[in-house]
Design a protein around this ligand. Structure first.
Ligand SMILES: Cc1cc2nc3c(=O)[nH]c(=O)nc-3n(C[C@H](O)[C@H](O)[C@H](O)COP(=O)(O)OP(=O)(O)OC[C@H]3O[C@@H](n4cnc5c(N)ncnc54)[C@H](O)[C@@H]3O)c2cc1C
Length: 520
């Protein structure tokens, strides 16, 4: 069964819907005017902020991590509001780790150029920006102590490594009796308020988000205001040496940076405007055609927080044009994206097969011994050397430009399930390749995309078949019915010649096995 075809549904199967106890945190006890107090949560349970006094402390510190932008950033809005209420300056710090989950110069280069713009935008408002390095669990507490901060504000990510950093810093803040506030500056509806539990799918989270979105989807992100004691704090803050920062990284520099997309908030705004101008009109009906290029290409910006999704949605809605394209974009950028954050927030196994539904696990296990033919190694897949020219082209697109078309990402991951020795290997390989080459990799959307394709997450059981079991299947013929496959393949040589070579070697291998069997 292919995606989009009417499914021959298997009996509806109950999900695990691993539900956590209602973990919605209480709203913040204090927030600046116009700021929705549910966007933040107090991490240091016994140490809350007091807006009226700062206990003689010298500043408020914002630890920027996932949301790397100076404008339209709820974490900054909160931190600056608090600093102003307390009559102290705001300082912003970003901690650069020398390596992060095998990210390469492609992703680090994009991030650092975006941060350079953040620094310059903050400096224009006389807000100092600092770059620390090493283990944030040590460097951030040291920074707040060195700067005599009265409160630490941080942003939010549901992923394992950043969560462990936040927890480590929180423990230190607790020890130092320093209030620490976390603001979800990434989602429109803060993840802990969208739902108190792991959601089954888009269907179940959509109604929850829709029920409250009007209270969040507002222009509640005022521009930066000038800092208190601006000249004094700025004179004490040296500009960041970005060249030295880049040099300090211990990363793979072979996966080159790409030049079709310019990092940073200003470039993101231009990308969004051009999308609205020329592509939004076609987005609803053409977004699954890799030849038409109507996707927004905003995912690298959203991933690094260089552009606010809330600002993008406010902008698109304010145009009041192309209602179908607008609805379709909101479904992807709000519902699907926030569903991914929900999955990673409530499911500690968001990137392994312990995190999939029991029906999917049982079904994949039942087909574990099914023959895989062809069977590829990770190296063969990485080199785009399969019998399938479309798959090769998709892989080459990701390798060459750092972004695979959204529709092909599904096909690509499902074929990895078909061609590797086990579902575990398929999942690990798809995550490895996606994270290595994609500019937007290491994102909740990426883990959920791979888990959807290979593990049926947020999906239902489909007609049983070899290898896939009840996991939704996609095939080449289905792609051919949807778009001009040959046209896409042509764009990425040597996709086609690699496929011919792989086919020839597959059939000669087959003949060799046949001859061997005949001789027995
Ligand atoms: C195997 C696989 C791997 C994926 N890996 C990533 C990844 O590493 N990073 C990533 O951001 N997305 C990933 N996706 C989701 C989706 O394919 C991309 O978000 C999309 O292609 C990004 O391009 P765009 O910004 O031009 O998208 P558009 O079509 O313009 O969509 C706008 C925004 O909506 C959101 N969105 C779109 N599709 C999805 C989706 N299926 N799930 C969740 N949010 C969505 C994204 O934030 C995207 O930027 C993956 C999907 C699959 C099936």
């Amino acid at each position: 069964m292919e995606i989009g075809d009417s499914p021959k549904k298997t009996k509806k199967i109950k999900s695990i819907t691993a539900s956590a106890p209602d973990s919605r945190p209480p709203p913040l006890t204090w927030a600046p005017e116009g700021f929705n107090a549910n966007r933040g949560r107090l991490l240091t349970k016994d140490h809350d902020v007091s807006p009226s006094e700062n206990s003689g402390k010298s500043c408020v510190v914002l630890w920027m991590s996932r949301d790397q932008r100076a404008v339209d950033n709820h974490a900054i809005v909160y931190a600056q509001g608090l600093a102003q209420a307390q009559g102290v300056p705001l300082k912003v710090v970003f901690n650069l780790v020398p390596k992060f989950l095998d990210a390469t110069i492609r992703q680090f280069g994009f991030m650092l150029k975006g941060l350079e713009e953040v620094e310059s935008n903050l400096r224009a408002a006389k807000i100092p920006f600092y770059l620390t390095s090493g283990d944030p669990c040590k460097s951030i507490p040291k920074f707040v102590q060195d700067h005599d901060a009265g409160t630490l504000v941080c942003d939010f990510s549901p992923l394992r490594v950043p969560t462990s950093w936040t927890n480590g810093v929180m423990q230190e803040c607790t020890r130092l009796q320093l209030p620490m506030i976390q603001v979800d500056a990434h989602n429109i509806v803060p993840v802990w308020h969208a739902s108190p539990k792991l959601e089954y799918g888009a269907r179940t989270i959509r109604s929850k988000i829709n029920a409250v979105i009007s209270t969040y989807l507002r222009d509640d992100m005022p521009p930066l205001s000038s800092n208190i004691d601006a000249d004094k704090v700025m004179s004490a803050c040296k500009p960041v040496d970005w060249k030295a920062a880049l040099k300090s990284l211990e990363i793979n520099r072979e996966i080159k940076e790409v030049d079709w997309i310019t990092p940073g908030t200003a470039a993101a705004r231009k990308m969004l405007e051009s999308f609205c101008e020329t592509k939004l009109i076609h987005f609803a009906d053409k977004r699954n055609d890799p030849n038409t290029l109507v996707a927004s290409e905003m995912s690298p910006y959203y991933h690094f927080g260089q552009f606010s999704v809330q600002r993008a949605i406010l902008h698109i809605k304010s145009l009041r044009r192309y209602s179908e394209g607008t609805a379709s974009y909101c479904e992807e950028a709000v519902i699907r994206r926030e569903l991914s954050d929900n999955f990673c927030f409530y499911n500690p196994n968001y990137d392994n097969l312990d995190g999939i539904y029991p029906w999917a696990k049982e079904s994949l296990d039942l087909h574990k011994a099914d023959v895989r033919n062809p069977l590829y190694t990770r190296d063969q897949l990485e080199a785009a050397e399969t019998i399938d020219d479309l798959w090769n082209a998709a892989q080459l697109q990701m390798v060459q430009i750092g972004k695979m078309h959204g529709f092909l990402r599904m096909y690509w991951a499902k074929k990895i399930l078909e061609w590797t020795a086990s579902p575990e290997e398929a999942l690990a390989t798809s995550i490895y390749l996606n994270d290595k080459y994609s500019l937007d990799g290491r994102d909740p959307n990426g883990y959920v995309g791979c888990m959807w394709s290979i593990g049926g997450v947020h999906d239902q059981g489909w007609m049983e078949r070899s290898i896939f079991g009840k996991i939704r299947y996609m095939n080449y013929a289905g792609c051919k019915r949807k778009f001009d496959v040959a046209k896409f393949v042509q764009k990425y040589p040597p996709a086609s010649s690699n496929a011919s070579r792989a086919s020839a070697s597959k059939s000669s291998n087959g003949k060799n096995i046949l001859n061997f069997l005949k001789k027995q």
